[in-house]
Ligand binder design. Sequence first.
Ligand code: F6P
Length: 328
Amino acid sequence: MMEPAVRRIGVFTSGGDAPGMNAAIRAVVRASLHFGVECIGIRRGYFGLISGDFTKLDFESVSDISRRGGTILHSARSLEFIEEEGRMKALATCKLLGIDALVGIGGDGTFMGLLSLVESGISVIGIPGTIDNDIACSTYTIGYDTACNTALESIDRLRDTMKSHERCSVVEVMGHRAGHLAVSVGIACGATVVLVPERQVDLDHDVIEPIRRTRLGGRTHFMVIVAEGVPGGAYGVAEQIRNATALDTRVTVLGHVQRGGSPTSRDRMVATYMGHEAVRLLVEGKSCRVVALNGETLVDYDITEALSMHKELDYRGLSVLNHLTGMK
Ligand code: F6P
């Protein structure tokens, strides 16, 4: 085996946690050991990098973590790191601990942080981990499949009771700026309609009128999926539906339940491949890359390029959904 280009990797999770992050951490640690590199866990994301909050990770310390939700390294959103002073402190931590490479698991914010360290000479690799699936360079982000299935399970339960009582259910799923989760969940549960932050709709024309039409056709229960970032959120949408139709309209906000739970096999596998690939790239002397999936193929992009890319919502999926529910 050739001499690895780095000696000690610091791995951390940052931003909103996602099921599968632990499998990625395990893969980074075990792959490091395989390639003859040391690995240190940075706790609490960039906050821990600034404050020097670390834990030594060895083969046994990551045993049996792949099936666990959350992240054993904890996560945080650090505002201090955006400032030059915060970054200086983070670099001092790296120097003190002898860290010459970092693997950050998270979203675009995490990658921007890594990019700001590139000039210091530390090698950096990003791994996409977020239930929002909103990393443009990657078809898939760690945690998405688990979150979709978690939301779906709750919605299936809701549908039972909404159908019994002939109600309209308005369910808010996560996604402040991105509607990917809402669209996937909406298609999978056979929602009446899905509202996303990326596409503004005329509620009267696009939601209330079609509900009336299908009500006249005999339908007595409705399932409206609203992404968190839609103006007014689920409560605002429900109020308008209730006022306009007099339907018994109930709101359920699924919230952080969607971020927890044991990861699905897809999330564990993608996380494992990505974690291993991140280390392989570092060992080969690569830096400033984001590991990504292009379809089912593992690829990597320059971080700057990755951050400039754009991911389209599944508009085709949205129109398939509309065709099948008789709403449009
Ligand atoms: O980025 C993932 C996400 O779950 C978003 O969908 C949501 O808007 C946000 O995190 C919530 O973050 P927090 O847990 O910090 O409130």
